[in-house]
Design a protein. Sequence first.
Length: 118
Amino acid sequence: MSDANTTRPNTATTNDGAWCVHSPNVDIYENDKELLLIADVPGAAADRVSVDLLDSILSISAEIPKADEYKESYRRQFKLSTPVDADKMTAELRAGELLIRLGKAESQRPKRIDVKAS
């Protein structure tokens, strides 16, 4: 992958009653075929993670299960400037890291034209 970008979270968290919402660190990589986002979501379980794409807005959210009344969650949104193919999206949670692969739309992929000698 090339063009690595690291986005920094907000340093403050939002407290609303018994909720604390964090903005996770996300690394973004891009190559000719896809975008790869790696979000830090420690403590989140796969069944509590949601990744949604609506128009060109990618939304990530995750809830951290807690035994007490205090609840924590992660929330982050991105406006994608590159069109992606929704059928080529995958998400996987590994050891507190959420890996999201977004396949670029065919119209956005580089095309090679063969040059013939005459």
